[in-house]
Design a protein around this ligand. Structure first.
Ligand code: SAH
Ligand code: DHB
Ligand code: MG
Length: 219
């Protein structure tokens, strides 16, 4: 089936404009920097962009930048005067991302903030951001519950929270093959216990195989 998932993604690329020269260049730069290709798929990137448009996001937070692929999709949805922060621990990734954000003409709107996300999150509001209309969590899966807490802290009623990679080939429900599984489930435990968030999770297939994402709205 994997071949067919990939072929259908390619069909969507052609029909729906899920890629363009800027995006292809980001993938090339990521490649040439020797980074792993773990960015969201093209269709998923465009979905993030559309979600940001749906809520007319003016203030966006991303945790986990890599080469800036999802960052540029989200940044493109911002109106003039909108702002986005993206947190990245790896200096090389941050550097590649900054270059890619520049080539996407988004430097005025998007800041790459270098450092461990849990070290940078506490001081984020001192940098002048408004509460976030949309938060995309896509870094080390072990800290997802912590990241969700921060997302909630910096949200308002109606803020959207999206978390990548909550399925991992279906391995999140047992701990034999996926070391992050218990930590991902810790986030689901939090969602079960916390009445402030309405959420669903969707399983996906495509070029990146079998995975899924969580989407939530803050009450
Ligand atoms: N959102 C990107 C992919 C991110 S991959 C996209 O779809 O295009 C995950 C990224 O999180 C990697 O670049 C990794 O270096 C970064 N990361 C991992 N642990 C982190 C941490 N503790 N703090 C900040 N960034 C982290
Ligand atoms: C991994 C991380 C991701 O964010 C992703 O989308 C796929 C894989 C990883 O660390 O293996
Ligand atoms: Mg991911």
């Amino acid at each position: 089936m994997e071949e067919r998932w990939k072929a259908v993604d390619e069909y969507f690329e052609e029909k729906l404009g899920t890629t363009d020269d800027v995006m292809e260049n980001i993938l090339k730069e990521t490649d040439e920097a020797g980074m792993r290709h773990i960015e969201v798929s093209k269709a998923h990137g465009k979905m993030l962009y559309l979600m940001a448009k749906m809520v007319e996001a003016k203030s966006i937070l991303e945790i986990g930048t890599l080469g800036g692929f999802s960052t540029v999709w989200l940044g493109r949805a911002l109106p003039k005067g909108g702002r986005m922060a993206t947190l990245e621990a790896d200096p090389k990734h941050a550097e590649v991302a900054r270059r890619n954000i520049d080539s996407a003409d988004l430097v005025a709107r998007v800041d790459v903030i270098e450092g461990e996300a849990l070290d940078r999150l506490p001081g984020l509001m001192d940098r002048g951001y408004l509460p976030f209309d949309l938060v995309f969590i896509d870094a080390d899966k072990e800290n997802n519950a912590e990241y969700l807490k921060w997302a909630l802290k910096y949200s308002h009623e109606g803020s959207v929270i999206i978390v990548d990679n909550v399925v991992r080939q279906g391995r999140i429900i047992d701990d034999t093959e996926e070391k992050a599984a218990p930590y991902i489930r810790k986030m689901f435990d939090m969602l079960e216990a916390d009445g402030r968030i309405e959420a669903t999770a969707i399983q996906t297939v495509g070029k990146k195989g079998y995975d899924g994402f969580l989407m939530a709205v803050v009450k």
